[in-house]
Design a protein around this ligand. Sequence first.
Ligand code: AMP
Length: 313
Amino acid sequence: MKPPRHPSRRLFIFVETKSWQCSVNGFVTMKIVDNIEEMRNLAESIRRDGKKIAFVPTMGYLHEGHLSLMRYGREIADVLVASIYVNPAQFAPGEDFDQYPRDFERDRELSEEVGVDIIFTTTDEQMYPEGYQTYVEVKEVTKNLCGRSRPIFFRGVATVVTKLFNIVKPHVAIFGEKDYQQLVTIKRMVNDLNFGIEIIGRPIVREPDGLAMSSRNAYLSKDERKSALSLSRSLKIAQEMVKRGEKSSSRIIDRVRKEILSEPYTEIDYVQIVHPDTITDVEEVTGGALLALAVKVGKTRLIDNCMLVSVRS
Ligand code: AMP
């Protein structure tokens, strides 16, 4: 029998809690672990119990995009672990590491609501202590798109995800397709380095008006947010073009650029059409291709993407 969760099911049933569970007045509550050794030991005991661990790594300031990954993890595993850690190794000097929005109390509440069992949170001192010198580099798939304008980004992501995998020891980890190149990078790394962890990608969650959810949307002013709608709008236009038979990447890209630049405050970093596995540019949309874009709206860099599926040969 599953012990009741606090506070959604108000039943007083006193049950023995497992090593990964916390009990308050007979309720099972989410556990917060802020120590690497404790998390590793906990993960080992969960595995010894024969339970399946799903893991959702995040940088916090949770929104429905993150929560959709957590809900999925809740469905497919016995124990759901989410991490909240703003990883300095993936920010270059001058990027928004210091300003990155943080609200642990709100994240804690939202995580508990969707049924996270354990939040793992940590510090830079624990993750990158003095003398730290090991980094994971995934080569080809990180060269294009975001890898061009953020040269240390994927090295930082691959490194922190490797560390988190070693700490949380999941059977399955869930990532959003919003960061499509990141998902491909993690899949490549897990395969190349024999992690033995299943990597699952989940669809982009959008606001009702189409804007892809992102913690960074909090930076946008009202007017910038309006301009930012041109990103998802332009993806839709591209999909329509392909539906009508357009195959030329350059013509699609031109139209997308025009749509984005028709709005104030927008500065394009890239608009590219790439092979969804190799992340190399394709000149024609045949079969499935990924349209990916990164745009600065005011000072905020936003990314978005969609698949283009050519129906006619
Ligand atoms: P972040 O906190 O931005 O590092 O994101 C943590 C995870 O949530 C990553 O796997 C992201 O791809 C995923 N994610 C972020 N935004 C969305 C979204 N709008 N829809 C789906 N997944 C998302």
